[in-house]
Design a protein around this ligand. Structure first.
Ligand SMILES: Cc1ncc(COP(=O)(O)O)c(C=O)c1O
Length: 374
């Protein structure tokens, strides 16, 4: 029998998705207002224990409106992880701030608290944390650092819908929290994002930035640079049907992770596996592993798995190693060893919502034969 390719990720839509999307089409509410948008914003904010929601076209757009809403001045610094997606740095730059990098923790892959302490200065205006691969950052330690300081906490929970820090859902701790609903996320709108806040003025500012920064008093008059980041009712209809399934999606991710962990632990391979701090409930967005003995790079392993019809993705390339930022001379010459280690020796295995036990067993067996030669 011909072996089928196992994709790294796939979405799982429900019958409700079709009903809601068809409803948009039947009623012709297909653009950037409508009942699905209102409902999705309201329900996502409620799920995350926040007051206000601004739906946008992507997680990157959510970060941009969030950072712009902070009114950064030239020279203002925002501390962010070196191990993350470029969207975080782009948003800070777009908002006129200076990104300052902090290395990550090797257990959680999130920003390392001690590194924040090392990088904080009188110019620090915000800390942008990323809850990485479903695992929350250590909120208590970070809040302790900024206590009594005029420093805002911004959360990027793109990869961690529904994850919990000490029983409280992530995205409920920051001044603003940002989400992506890209197709590989725990819940999706195809493309899309959201920014949440409890602050009325930040909410109004972000809403205005999303819609070309129109003046309230004179339409087609604009006092600042805005964007067209408006989500459509159709995207929100998909999002709403997904939100109704979030508990099921979290269960699938956790079950698959535990099965991977059980099999791979029994093989005793030289790799580190996803884990959970005792204060965390991770949604294990993607199943990431890291090669411990450095005998093989993630790139080589990925190629070997691909030859066996198993798709993988590399982990992030550090921000300090980005060719564009090197050209811009954006960052100091500090070293980020944990980020470099993860990006060279880490990858993630198939983690889609339609993955099943036989596929996980096959992936683990293939991994074992590649790494142990048996
Ligand atoms: C941590 C993180 N933040 C932000 C984003 C950007 O989201 P989007 O792709 O929707 O722009 C991503 C990737 O999707 C991400 O992984």
């Amino acid at each position: 029998m011909k072996k089928k390719f196992i994709n790294v990720s796939e979405p799982k839509l429900s019958s409700k998705t079709k009903d809601y999307v068809l409803d948009c089409i039947k009623t012709e509410w297909i653009s950037s207002s409508g009942s699905y948008l209102e409902s999705f914003e309201k329900k996502w904010a409620k799920y995350c224990n926040m007051k206000y929601a601004v739906s946008v076209t992507s997680g990157t757009a959510a970060l941009i409106v969030a950072l712009k809403a902070l009114n950064l001045k030239p020279g203002d610094e925002v501390i962010m992880p070196s191990f993350t997606i470029i969207s975080c740095a782009l948003a800070i730059i777009e908002a006129g701030g200076k990104p300052v990098l902090a290395d990550c923790d090797l257990d959680t892959w999130c920003i390392k608290t001690d590194e924040i302490k090392r990088k904080i200065s009188s110019r620090t205006k915000a800390i942008l944390i990323v809850h990485m691969f479903g695992h929350p950052a250590n909120i208590d330690e970070i809040k302790e650092i900024i206590k009594n300081k005029k420093i805002d906490l911004i959360e990027d929970a793109a990869e961690s819908h529904g994850s919990k820090f000490k029983n409280k859902v992530v995205g409920s701790f920051g001044k603003i929290s940002c989400f992506s609903f890209y197709v590989n996320k725990l819940i999706t709108t195809g493309e899309g994002g959201m920014a949440l806040t409890n602050d009325t003025s930040l909410y109004n500012k972000m809403k205005n930035l999303r819609n070309l920064a129109f003046n309230k008093t004179r339409r087609f008059s604009h006092n600042e640079i805005g964007y067209n980041y408006r989500m459509t009712n159709i995207q929100a209809a998909i999002g709403l049907s997904q939100l109704e399934k979030i508990t099921e999606h979290i269960k699938i991710k956790r079950q698959n992770t535990f099965l991977y962990n059980k099999i791979l632990t029994s093989y005793n391979l030289p790799i580190s596996l996803p884990s959970e701090k005792q204060w965390a409930k991770s949604t294990f967005w993607m199943y990431g592993i890291v090669l411990k003995n450095k005998k093989m790079t993630a790139k080589t392993l990925s190629r070997k798995l691909f030859d066996n019809k198993i798709e993988t993705r590399p982990l992030f390339l550090g921000m300090h190693e980005q060719p564009i930022f090197k050209k811009m001379n954006l960052f100091d010459s500090d070293s980020y060893p944990n980020t470099e280690y993860l990006s060279k020796y880490g990858l993630y295995l198939p983690s889609g919502l339609r993955l099943n036990k036989p596929k996980i067993k096959l992936i683990c067996k293939t991994l074992k034969s590649i790494l142990s030669g048996k």
